[in-house]
Design a protein around this ligand. Structure first.
Ligand code: AHR
Length: 658
């Protein structure tokens, strides 16, 4: 190499190095307040998958409490002289069990329930046992106990009470059991005492202390975790269970309201979806039904967003076979379900369905504003069915915002076709789903910049980063979700809602992962993705602020140098909030110029970080990775406020400036 060439190489290299060493500059224009961030922006998606409802959020601890599973005694051990009958007091749940004296003093008659992967019992907690019962001959006695089968001791019972049943009319009985210890996998045992038989129906056990102490309520720790997310919207009840494997298994909201004892059992399509995760005892009791969903929305401060069936069974499972779905001409009952649901939620107490809501304990309307029709449907089969729904619902309830779906693809021909159809049908929002890998999340930093601002709004209704080859909640995927979400935030003028999915998973009963919150029978942990969602949801601000990165209008499709960012102002709290994800593997100097602000100010920096990309929170180490808050300093410089920082490699940091 000649001298001249060498010199120019050195100059080029040093200027490159110089540029490299420059801090990345984020300019935030605090005076140019942009689009409003919708209160619904970050929400939650609930589906009874992974034992999220029965065996999860729903507080009931007894499995198959009404003996309605196809195998009436599934979940139960029955011993001695017993009989299953089907002329019980509840029309839609007719089965019950009769226990009779076995004729031998040393042979017990009874029933024992295994719960969902055992029954989780906590020390010093009280449990409400209820049962519908009647005598068969004279007054009868039943010993009700919590037992710990893991001990081989003679006395496995650790909480016991005596139930006295009198009269041959069905009545509801109640007992309180208090536990002296914590047992992860207890059973509920019922033993007939004496010679008089007894009939038992709807055998139930709830922690007395549920979320908000509601009877038929929610598991406290799990519901509290939802509350702590401050979700703006609560989508329920799914997911594919809205469709069912076949239409007779679709979620029917009308079956999920009224007295719990008379809510018919439904199958759960996640029972055998994956042959490596088979759960033959996975059914839907509907104990957590639409009334409870609305109530929970209210309790956690989220807008309810029910999803109803559009007359279609799961298209995946039916190979898109048209005959699996209701003919367009026969859709009226499905359309009526939507209209009736709106009346159930919002109608006056004198209306047919508003009256039912009032009878269940909530005379005030639930103030429903959104309704989705169809979960994850695609192609003309869907569009031609959705049309009459839109027409009928908009005619009667023009203010209800209707949500259609662009189907399971995150882009491509069918996705485009879906969006086009939703525009033509004038859906208010379009539900997009994207369970994609690391590369996708990192390369979609500008997904929403190009969206039509005049069309329907976006509801990113199901998404999560699924790591290639390791589909669980490790740090890396959560970091990429955080990076991607800057794009949701910058485009709050077109994105109205986003809900990570799925929400819950029982460690012994999952079918799908990653999931946001995991639990066993007594413990839970929040995934790192939970904390990402929480950082966004609790700090969504009220309006977007324009942000440039190194003088360019936005972050770039793949960020700049692995950096992704967004900025909002919270006008109510008087805060500027800037979120930055550093997805690169080097620490990076950043300068945050807050144009329009003056003087030095106090600030905080909240960080999610790990050096181990595979690190994850677990039941045994639930707090391994969680946001850590420190103070930051903003100085006054050239007539504006400036924050200088070094962003750790692979980190997500949120600055809050007063
Ligand atoms: O979230 C799990 C499933 O993913 C949902 O049931 C369905 O809508 C999607 O395919």
């Amino acid at each position: 190499m000649n001298k001249k060439r060498l010199l120019s190489c050195i100059i080029a290299a040093s200027s490159l190095l110089g540029a490299y060493a420059q801090p990345h500059t984020f300019d935030v224009n605090t005076k140019k307040v942009g689009a409003a961030v919708q209160p619904t922006m970050y929400g939650i998606f609930f589906e009874d998958i992974n034992y999220a409802a029965d065996g999860g959020l729903y507080g009931e601890l007894v499995k198959n409490r009404s003996f309605e599973f196809p195998d009436a005694l599934m979940g139960w051990k029955a011993f001695g002289k017993f009989e299953v009958k089907n002329d019980g007091p509840f029309e839609r749940c007719p089965h019950y069990v009769v226990l009779n004296y076995s004729g031998h003093n040393d042979t017990a008659t009874g029933l024992q329930n295994e719960g969902y992967f055992g029954i989780g019992i906590e020390k010093d907690e009280e449990y409400r046992f209820t049962v519908w019962a009647k005598t068969v001959s004279g007054d009868a006695n039943v010993e009700v106990s919590l037992v710990d089968e893991s001990t081989m001791e003679e006395h496995q019972e650790f909480a016991t009470a005596e139930l006295k049943v009198s009269g041959n009319e069905w009545k509801k009985y109640e007992l309180i059991l208090k536990s002296p210890k914590t047992v992860q996998k207890a059973n509920l045992r019922l033993l007939l005492k004496g010679k008089n038989g007894v009939a038992l129906e709807h055998v139930s056990l709830f922690p007395k202390h549920t979320f908000k102490d509601r009877e038929n309520g929610m598991r406290r720790d799990l519901a509290q975790a939802l509350y702590d997310l401050h979700p703006g919207v609560f989508r329920f009840p799914g997911g594919c269970i809205v469709e069912g494997s076949s239409l007779d298994q679709r979620y029917q909201w009308k079956n999920s309201i009224g007295p719990v004892e008379n809510r018919p059992l439904n199958g759960n399509r996640w029972l055998s979806t994956f042959n490596y995760r088979l759960f033959p005892d996975y059914y839907q009791s509907y104990g957590l039904g639409f009334y409870e969903y609305f109530l929970l929305s209210e309790d956690i401060g989220a807008e309810p967003l029910p999803v109803l069936n559009v007359g279609m069974a799961c298209q995946f499972q039916n190979h898109n076979d048209p005959s699996a779905h209701v003919a367009v001409k026969d859709l009226q009952p499905y359309i009526q379900d939507c209209l009736d649901l709106i009346e159930f939620a919002n109608g006056d107490v004198n209306t047919t369905w508003g009256k039912k809501r009032a009878e269940m304990g909530h005379p005030a309307p639930f103030n429903l504003k959104f309704l989705a029709v169809g979960n994850e449907q695609w192609d003309d089969l869907y569009y031609e069915r959705l049309r009459p729904f839109v027409k009928a619902i908009k005619a009667k309830y023009p203010n209800i915002k209707l949500i259609g779906t662009s189907g399971p693809d995150s882009e491509g021909e069918m996705f485009e076709k879906g969006w086009k159809a939703m525009k033509e049908l004038k859906a208010d929002l379009v539900d997009e789903h994207f369970y994609r890998d690391e590369h996708w999340f990192l390369s979609h930093g500008l997904r929403y910049e190009g969206y039509d601002r005049k069309g329907p709004k976006v509801f990113a209704g199901e998404y999560a980063c699924h790591g290639k080859g390791k589909k669980w909640n490790h740090f890396e995927t959560s970091l990429y979700e955080a990076a991607f979400m800057t794009d949701l935030e910058r485009n709050a003028d077109v994105v109205d809602m986003a809900t990570y999915a799925p929400l819950f998973a029982h460690v012994d009963g999952w079918q799908w992962r990653p999931d946001m919150i995991w639990y066993d029978n007594t413990r839970m942990f929040k995934s790192i993705s939970y904390y990402v969602q929480q950082m966004y949801a609790c700090n969504k601000g009220t309006n977007v602020l324009p942000l440039t990165m190194n003088g360019k209008s936005v972050a770039g499709q793949e960020g700049q140098d692995g950096l992704f960012a967004s900025a909002v102002v919270d006008k109510k709290k008087g805060e500027i909030i800037v979120k930055v994800a550093n997805t690169s593997d080097k620490a990076q100097d950043v300068t945050l110029n807050l144009n329009g602000l003056k003087g030095s100010r106090s600030a905080t920096a909240t960080t999610l970080q790990s050096d181990n990309m595979d690190a994850e929170n677990t039941l045994d180490n639930p707090n391994l990775i969680r946001p850590v808050e420190t103070t930051a300093t903003c100085v006054s410089k050239k007539n504006m406020t400036v924050l200088n920082d070094k962003l750790p490699a692979k980190s997500f940091r949120m600055y809050k400036i007063k």
